[in-house]
Write a protein that binds this ligand. Structure first.
Ligand code: ADP
Length: 419
């Protein structure tokens, strides 16, 4: 056989090899392209062994994608959980740069996640106490939380800040708004101090007089009578104070709604009017103004105590010759009991605080007129328990109007004189 005879065969072989090579190169190019932008739904069509390779790759890619999605889902859930926390959370790296923070922390410290992530926290929260906390040694455990007054994004808040070491060098900063707790603790401390002070004053007076009686020359005659009278006055003052304290504590601790009694307002107005006249000792005119002749639904004991406090205040803060007017009317369906006086009046800035326990404008005058400083606090509690509210209008030197406004549901009979 000559070369001329084998030539076509060789050419055919070369052509087949070239075709095979071309096929391989195409598959490789397709693989390369796919690897640059893998898409599990569009794997290249493989031929021969390539088909197995491509379908294996597709499976691996799908598995990887679902693992990635699961991880992304749990990260998102973790982020949402941290966002939902009522506390602020900031993750700090070993150099105290912010790695992540939730919305509550952003609110507490007036931070912005987009702007402040990556910044050292000490540059953003400029409080020397906070810097000291950051510099504290946390290797032996978390330091004591710090209380800071912050303006954040809104009104001033008292925020408790705790640093907790985590993952080696990282630090978890937790912030909690404790404004209400701090306020009620301060109120409790003030209350204890006020009660102690209020009780100490009459006790000091009483013990002073008793010392006189047990001394070398005990008082006698008129002096002794005067001393006995003063001792009796101070004891009465203490008894009133303790009685008001007990009333207030009962009202505050009573979680049950007030008993539903039908209170005839005619009778109550007459009783309160007689009490006011007795207290005024003829120095004031006490009148019943408008009377809608209705009945009120509520606890007669509590309502009587609240309305009685308003009447006794009007008498005590109205100078001789003045007038105190009691009124009961139904305004737009709501029962309203009001006490107007022509007394000393109240400066406007004091009005919002009058129902705080022991809040007095003129301490000396209140004590001199037998006040315990708890009367309006009791009124407020009774009204709140009856879903009512207290309104106060006053003009210095001209007088005041205290009105107990109750809900329409507490009005049993709304008759004439309805406004
Ligand atoms: P107090 O026992 O001191 O009267 P209250 O709680 O009853 O305590 O009242 C609080 C303060 O409100 C009083 O100390 C007084 O300064 C003021 N106040 C209450 N009622 C009147 C009124 N009718 N006229 C003027 N001031 C009043």
């Amino acid at each position: 056989m000559s070369i001329g005879d084998t030539w076509p065969g060789l050419l055919l072989l070369v052509a087949i090899l070239a075709l095979l090579l071309y096929g391989q190169i195409r598959q490789r190019v397709a693989l390369h392209k796919w690897l640059l932008a893998p898409d599990a739904s569009a794997v290249p069509d493989g031929v021969g062994a390539w088909r197995a390779v491509f379908s294996q790759l597709q499976r691996l890619h799908k598995d990887e994608q679902s693992a990635y999605q699961a991880l992304a889902n749990s990260l998102e859930r973790f982020r949402l959980a941290a966002e939902a926390l009522p506390d602020g959370v900031i993750l700090l790296d070993g150099d105290q740069h912010i790695e992540w923070l939730n919305a509550t922390a952003a609110h507490h410290f007036a931070l912005d996640a987009w702007r402040d992530i990556g910044t050292q926290i000490g540059h953003l929260i400029r409080h020397s106490d906070f810097h000291q906390l950051l510099a504290s040694d946390r290797r032996g455990g978390p330091p004591e939380p710090l209380l800071l007054r912050l303006n954040g994004n809104g009104p001033e808040q008292i925020v408790s800040i705790a640093l907790i070491p985590y993952a080696g060098t990282g630090t978890l900063l937790l912030s909690r708004d404790v404004t209400e707790r701090a306020r009620s603790e301060a109120m409790r401390r003030d209350f204890v101090a006020n009660v102690s002070h209020e009780l100490r004053t009459p006790l000091t007076v009483i013990s002073g007089f008793i010392e006189q009686f047990t001394g070398a020359t005990p008082p006698s005659g008129d002096a002794a009578q005067r001393f006995y009278r003063l001792i009796a006055e101070q004891s009465t003052r203490m008894i009133s104070l303790v009685a008001d304290l007990l009333t207030l504590s009962r009202l505050e601790n009573d979680t049950q709604p007030p008993v539903d009694e039908i209170i005839p307002m005619d009778e109550l107005l007459d009783t309160l009017c007689a009490e006011a006249e007795a207290l005024a000792e003829g120095k004031l005119t006490v009148v019943i103004g408008r009377n809608s002749a209705g009945k009120l639904r509520g606890s007669s004991h509590e309502i009587r105590s609240a309305f009685g406090n308003l009447v006794s205040n009007a008498v005590r803060y109205t100078p001789a010759g003045g007038t105190v007017t009691l009124a009961w009317q139904v305004v737009e369906g709501c029962p309203v009991f009001s006490v107007s006086d022509t007394g000393i009046g109240i400066p406007a800035e004091h009005i919002p605080r009058l129902t705080e326990r022991f809040y007095r404008i003129d301490k000396g005058r209140s004590s001199a007129t037998g006040g315990t400083g708890l009367g309006l606090a009791i009124v407020k509690h009774v009204l709140v328990r009856h879903q009512g509210r207290l309104t106060i209008q006053s003009e210095i030197g001209r007088g005041s109007v205290f009105s107990a406004v109750l809900p329409a549901s507490r009005c049993v009979v709304a008759q004439a004189a309805t406004l």
